[in-house]
Ligand binder design. Structure first.
Ligand code: FMN
Length: 126
């Protein structure tokens, strides 16, 4: 399907069938597909909390205007942007840099430059 068609046909889903399950395999596929989204320096500074527990979904529902779809959906994902994800010492940041060095994309001596490279990023507005 053409990308334009995908965009035209997609919808925000408001009703979920609570009798249907989302398997771990399906969930993994969904998250892996979503993680293909671009990010600065490919740092992918996000974390995902997976809620399947009904009591926890009830708590979230109360925090989200009591929207029934939160408890109806068999699984709810909370996607958290990591505002520290581009800072020295952040596990994601350090892992990304180490892997970039290993892959030959970056050199170890570029570390300080990389730490400061986000000066044009969102760090300055959040
Ligand atoms: C940041 C964001 C927050 C949203 N929050 C809710 C929400 O709390 N409840 C809801 O029913 N829809 C929510 N929506 C869905 C929007 O209402 C929906 O995307 C918009 O009405 C356009 O409809 P469509 O996505 O079907 O084209 C949210 C969308 C975005 C982008």
């Amino acid at each position: 399907m053409e990308f334009k068609e995908v965009m035209k046909q997609r919808r925000a889903v408001n009703f979920f069938d609570s009798t249907q399950d989302v398997t771990e395999t399906q969930l993994k596929q969904i998250i892996e597909t979503a993680a293909l989204a671009p990010s600065g320096f490919n740092l992918q500074p996000w974390n995902i909390i997976v809620l399947r527990d009904q009591e926890k979904k009830e708590i979230l529902r109360k925090l989200a205007w009591d929207q029934p779809k939160i408890t109806d959906a068999p699984v709810v994902l909370i996607v958290l942007g990591d505002r520290e994800g581009f800072k020295k010492g952040n596990s994601g940041f350090e892992k990304d840099f180490a892997e970039s060095v290993k892959a030959g994309i970056m050199k170890q001596e570029q570390y300080d430059w990389f730490i400061n490279a986000d000066q044009f990023s969102l760090r300055n507005v959040i």
